[in-house]
Design a protein around this ligand. Sequence first.
Ligand code: FAD
Length: 160
Amino acid sequence: MASVRGARRLPLAEFLVGPKRHALGPDELIAAVHVPATTGPQGFAKVGPRNAMAIAVVSFALSLDPEGGTVGAAIGSAGPTALQVPEAASFLAGVLEDRALWQSRAPLRDEERRRFAELVVEVSRPIDDRRGTAAYRRHALGVLAARVLGWAWDEYRRSR
Ligand SMILES: Cc1cc2nc3c(=O)[nH]c(=O)nc-3n(C[C@H](O)[C@H](O)[C@H](O)COP(=O)(O)OP(=O)(O)OC[C@H]3O[C@@H](n4cnc5c(N)ncnc54)[C@H](O)[C@@H]3O)c2cc1C
């Protein structure tokens, strides 16, 4: 963020402070967005009335980093800001490490995908609004999380 007063950087989680609110000062502009490059597949899915030019009812993003052995995951439109899901990410990173899946590229078990999705949903804080109900968003988020994980892991397995 830049202004005549100088430049500063904030992690995205601190930049997003609430619905339609951010940490940008009245005299500041966003000068750059720094995104760490990861070495593995990434996935994003959203539920909306149609594919393009439709505000999200709920969304989910996942990033796998085989080199660092880490997982990044976040949800959108199901809380006052976009939310990271550290418990789900560490659960998945733990499964991948404990079963040496980064090396073997063996399939994930259904119960592992299900548990990952449950942990994602637990962090969400959706409300009922004109886009959808909280109950629908929780359900759809679980479906998206399990689905995006399946897509990303399949892509990793194919990239051998
Ligand atoms: C017209 C339009 C078209 C778009 N088209 C596309 C597209 O085609 N593709 C695409 O990828 N993106 C599209 N977008 C952008 C995408 O929808 C947004 O980037 C995304 O929804 C942002 O997610 P968010 O979680 O940051 O914010 P939001 O989606 O705004 O989510 C904030 C959430 O906060 C909730 N909320 C409000 N108050 C509270 C509270 N007190 N407590 C808890 N929750 C609260 C609201 O229910 C809302 O769901 C579009 C946006 C618009 C407006």
